[in-house]
Design a protein around this ligand. Structure first.
Ligand code: ADP
Length: 268
């Protein structure tokens, strides 16, 4: 692939990332060893932003794939397409990443079907190969290639967990919502709201996070706090902004909505 094509996967501007522990150093060491990495944690807590930041810092192209239950192995690896001349092979994102030495980030990989997870196995052990079965070719991963997956341990059912044989191919890092001070800085930085408003939003989130498992499947994510801040900066009245971004997306249960609205009310 030409340099220009590889370039499109490079991250041009340094992403804003606020470290919460020693995750940057740990990841650098893991990348140095080309160890596959699993990022575990609830949705919207900074996993994708972290990978973008690390790809930028390590000057590697990044190819991100949002996984879903309809995804097949061919969506990752590639397939033959029909065009005027006949059939042409088109690499999937995983194949492209392995060829160009990118970091390949499979977001929410448990969503994908089992056959999909199996194709990553030979890439994640000493072989570092990817068989393109339909094409009858085996490619060797570029020395700079690394596989990263994300995984939300919260809403896994037994049916939808990664197999041990998959899990044990990765080094894992736990992610969680940042501590209150860091999270408020993030919200203020990302949206331009003042520190006082950012702190209030974080406190509302803390209230909601305590309700996880007591009527809520997930707490309010950092991502949603950023949404709330964005609306407030646009001039939306805070109560309405919070209702739209912190309450409505989370639950349809009228009682739970009342509880969350009341929590918002105590701050705004
Ligand atoms: P995930 O991949 O875990 O679902 P994201 O990485 O998309 O979540 O994070 C959602 C948003 O939260 C980001 O767009 C960013 O605004 C903010 N965010 C969360 N954690 C951090 C952090 N440590 N530094 C900077 N921004 C963060």
């Amino acid at each position: 692939m030409s340099e220009a094509k590889i370039d499109q996967y490079k991250i041009k501007q340094e992403p804003y990332y606020e470290p919460v522990g020693n995750e940057v150093e740990l990841y650098e060491a893991a990348y140095d060893a080309r160890m596959p990495v699993m990022l575990k944690g609830p949705t919207g807590c900074g996993k994708s932003r972290f990978v973008e930041y690390m790809a930028y810092k390590l000057k590697r192209p990044l190819i991100t794939v949002a996984c879903n239950e309809d995804m097949t192995a061919s969506d990752l690896v590639g397939r033959y397409l029909l065009d005027k001349e006949g059939t042409v092979w088109q690499d999937g994102p995983l194949t492209t990443a392995a060829r160009i030495g990118a970091i390949c980030y499979l977001d929410e990989v448990v969503e994908a079907r089992q056959d999909t997870t199996v194709v990553i196995h030979p890439l994640t052990d000493h072989r570092r190969t990817l068989p393109l079965d339909k094409k009858g070719e085996v490619i060797e991963a570029h020395p700079d290639f690394q596989l990263v997956i994300s995984y939300n341990p919260g809403y896994q059912s037994l049916m939808k967990d990664l197999k041990q044989s998959t899990k044990q191919r990765f080094g894992a890092m736990d992610f969680d919502y940042p501590d209150a001070d860091t999270e408020a800085s993030i919200v203020a930085h990302e949206t331009g709201v003042d520190k006082d408003v950012a702190e209030k939003l974080v406190q509302i989130a803390h209230r909601a996070r305590n309700l996880k498992g007591h009527g809520l499947d997930e707490g309010i994510s950092t991502r949603l706090l950023v949404y709330a801040g964005q609306l407030i900066t646009k001039g939306v009245e805070p109560m309405a902004a919070c209702s739209m971004t912190l309450v409505r997306p989370l639950t349809d249960d009228p009682d739970m909505r009342d509880t969350l609205d009341a929590a918002v009310n105590t701050y705004f």
